[in-house]
Design a protein around this ligand. Structure first.
Ligand code: GLU
Ligand code: ZN
Length: 499
């Protein structure tokens, strides 16, 4: 520990502990990012743990996708799956022996007790409480059963759950994001740690692992705030029974992320799906930069930064407790900024897999195609929002003439009788051209179409663009035709007239 506030503290140990259910979502990535940035800023440790104790919902596929997405985003972890570490295993499904042992110690110490109440009995007593204007929740019925009562329940064939005995006093902690928070005991009743079938719950395993893995700071979503008083009480009990080092972590709850219509962004909203961002060709650094803005700011009026800049500047004091708004347009704009900042070489490398996935380029890519892509990259660099747009923007350069097709709506609009007359004139002007480069192509077309036919540039070049690139929106026309080459450009001007 150091004294100066905000000075790096290499004893920091944070964890990212998702459950492998469904497809990884934006909220998870935001939590991972804030934890990771906090760990790296401090020179501390970022622990990655898999909370897979819900066999009905967890899946190996989700687990693998989670790891893949973490790697894609560029996170590195000091302990966790695939890298190991001194506190492993890091999948909770491999730690049941530990939980069984801790549960037993808690029971023997009296900090947890067997509860035999059935679901129906609990519900009936909750109803009763409500009708009398009391808060529902476990009423402590089994806190001090006599041996006879226990015997009678057992004889009935009841199997007990293990319930944690809350201390029965107000619990106060200082949230690193929202300041002091107090929970009154009537709002935090005794709760279940282990099911009747012996299965340990999140309520037990998450704090046990945080204690054993010596986690110093718990940074997680605001939706988990209500579990914090229970966990703080459980840490005390764990310390008593000798689990972990007896230090309760500090807690910070990251703000909610709001989606459309001012509703909480749900895992099921399409814009939550992390894989979707990769498919669309977001850069990991662009997406992370945007996610950083969901509750944090590097400075007033500054949106664009690198992950290194975030790490250097990241302080929990600047995390905003107010709900953040998820704005896809803004995410795209941030990504576009990162795209523009790439060197042409880098942009080319990053577009390549998207063109391959779409079947536009082969795998491995033939060298001439790669070179052509490198020359085409500057034409689209400024216009791209995501990498997958390269497919629509540049596909025309790579498809063979037999596979080349034009957007039907664009063709219908621009290749009508007037348009085809323009295409014919363009073909005639270009056939006569000796030197095939951007300047010569532009000169020839301006002379033939704008000067000689008296067309407005838009009306002159629109039909030529659809004929040659297949679309009304394309990279700059004359440059595109230079890259496409004389033969193929002329062939498309001819085939447009035959269609
Ligand atoms: N596995 C929990 C979740 O994904 C982690 C909660 C926590 O950070 O304590 O919601
Ligand atoms: Zn009970």
């Amino acid at each position: 520990m150091t004294d100066a506030p905000g000075a790096p503290d290499s004893s920091v140990r944070v964890r990212f502990c998702p459950s492998p259910t469904g497809s990884p979502h934006v909220g998870l990535a935001r939590t991972a990012l804030f934890n990771w940035a906090f760990a790296r800023h401090n020179g501390g440790s970022f622990v990655f743990r898999i909370e897979d104790t819900d066999a009905a919902r967890d899946s190996q596929e989700s687990y693998e996708t989670l790891l893949e997405v973490m790697r894609w985003l560029g996170f590195d972890w000091d302990e966790g799956p695939e890298v190991g570490g001194p506190h492993g295993p890091y999948r909770q499904s491999e730690r049941y022996d530990i939980y069984r042992d801790v549960a037993q110690r808690l029971r023997e110490s009296g900090r947890a007790y067997h509860c035999y109440c059935s679901a129906e009995e609990l519900e009936a007593r909750n109803q009763q409480a409500r009708s009398e204007g009391r808060a529902p929740g476990y009423d402590g019925h089994c806190r001090s059963l006599s041996a006879d009562q226990v015997g009678a329940y057992e004889a009935e064939g009841r199997r007990p759950v293990l319930r944690f005995r809350m201390p029965g006093r107000a619990l106060t902690f200082t949230d690193l994001v929202r300041g002091e928070i107090t929970f009154q005991p009537e709002n935090v009743p005794d709760y279940v740690l282990v099911r009747a079938n012996g299965h340990p719950l999140y309520t037990l395993v998450n704090p046990v692992d945080d204690a054993l893995m010596e986690i110093t700071h718990v940074l997680r979503g605001e939706d988990l705030l209500s579990s914090t008083p229970r966990q703080i009480a459980l840490y005390d009990a764990l310390a008593e029974v000798g689990v972990g080092r007896g230090r309760t972590p500090a807690f910070g709850h990251l703000p909610y992320v709001m989606g459309q219509g001012n509703k909480k962004l749900s895992k099921r909203d399409p814009e939550s799906n992390l894989l979707g961002y990769r498919e669309r060709g977001f850069l990991p650094e662009g997406l992370l930069n945007y996610l950083a803005l969901l509750g944090w700011a590097i400075a007033e009026d500054r949106d664009i930064f690198s992950m290194q800049e975030m790490v250097d500047a990241f302080r929990l004091e600047r995390v905003n407790p107010n709900p953040a708004r998820f704005d896809l347009k803004k995410a795209e704009a941030v990504n576009a900024s990162h795209l523009r900042a790439l060197g042409v070489e880098d942009l080319t490398d990053r577009m390549l897999p998207y063109l391959q996935a779409a079947g536009v380029l082969g795998d491995p890519v033939p060298e001439p195609d790669r070179a052509l892509l490198g020359r085409a990259a500057p034409l689209v660099h400024e216009r791209m929002t995501t990498l997958a747009e390269a497919v629509a923007m540049l596909g025309f350069l790579f498809v063979g003439e037999s596979a080349f097709s034009r957007d039907p709506a664009d063709a219908a609009k621009l290749l009508d009788a007037d348009g085809l007359a323009v295409v014919k004139a363009a073909h005639e002007a270009l056939v006569a051209l000796h030197h095939w480069d951007t300047a010569a192509i532009e000169q020839a077309l301006r002379t033939a179409l704008v000067e000689d036919l008296g067309l407005k540039p838009r009306n002159a070049f629109g039909p030529v663009r659809v004929a040659v690139t297949g679309r009304r929106v394309s990279p700059p026309l004359f440059e595109s035709m230079e890259l496409l080459g004389r033969e193929r450009s002329l062939s498309r001007l001819r085939s447009a007239q035959q269609a």
